[in-house]
Write a protein that binds this ligand. Structure first.
Ligand code: PGA
Length: 247
């Protein structure tokens, strides 16, 4: 299992540090290896030391796909690499909705990240109108076709399936809905990139994952982990999710 914590625009640097110190104290090293934390950028300087000395993985919630230069307000991948980050989220539905990210712009970011040996976690998922119109598979396939069009199949990445209607709503997808979507993603990877890559690419589910629903979701075929928003901000609940789904 992978437990990825998407802290979004929450937790100040000192709160983030206290959170990670608790994880370090409470969770075995072997399980910490399976945790990926996406904090606020402001916190990264303070967290660099704890990340360097713990098995946890970490990354940024967004980057700009240029080496450096006059891009006010953007986040540099070179600097993330220097700090030792392994991951970056790409195409989260909030970035698609509020910051005009498209499948095309995601493909550029994914290629740029891979050129720097940073692993993209590419987020895909349908909105409620698309699901009700029976278009979930079509939407996922289009997001994957365009978003992964510049992928380097020699390098690893992961996919997070996050139905937009389940994010932050408390309305979790059913195990059947999750299995169908994850199977669609796995099939797309096998048919369009390679069977080996399809078998080795972790597919995470995200959307209102909580302690109360994580066990059922973890049992679903093709679920390799979770991308957790709200419940990752509560240290007890986050640890409980890890405890309940660690096997
Ligand atoms: P949520 O967020 O767990 O609060 O639904 C998930 C996400 O946005 O990645």
């Amino acid at each position: 299992m992978i437990w990825a914590a998407n802290w979004k625009m929450n937790l100040a640097p000192k709160e983030s540090l206290a959170f990670l110190q608790t994880i370090n104290a409470k969770i075995d090293d072997s399980l910490q290896k399976q945790i990926i934390v996406f904090p606020q950028n402001y916190s990264l300087g303070l967290l660099e030391n704890i990340f360097t000395h713990s098995p946890m993985q970490w990354g940024a919630q967004n980057i700009h796909p240029e080496n450096d230069g006059a891009f006010t307000g953007e986040n540099s991948v070179e600097q993330l690499v220097k700090m030792g980050a392994q991951w970056v989220l790409v195409g989260h539905s909030e970035r698609r909705k509020f910051f005009q990210e498209t499948n095309e712009s995601c493909s550029v970011k994914i290629a740029f990240l891979q050129s720097k040996q940073i692993k993209p976690m590419y987020c895909v998922g349908e909105n409620i109108a698309e699901r009700e119109a029976g278009k979930t598979d079509l939407v996922l396939e289009e997001q994957l076709k365009v978003g992964l069009s510049k992928i380097d199949p020699q390098q690893s990445f992961s996919i997070a399936y996050e139905p937009v209607w389940a994010i932050g709503t408390g309305q979790v997808a059913s195990p059947e809905q999750v299995e169908e979507a994850h199977l669609c993603i796995r099939r797309f990877l096998a048919d369009n990139i390679s069977k080996e890559l399809a078998a080795n690419t972790p597919i995470l589910y995200g959307g209102s994952v909580k302690a109360k629903n994580c066990e059922d979701l973890a049992k679903v075929n093709h679920v390799d982990g979770f991308l957790i928003g709200g419940a990752s901000l509560d240290i007890d609940e986050f640890c409980q999710i890890i405890e309940q789904t660690k096997n």
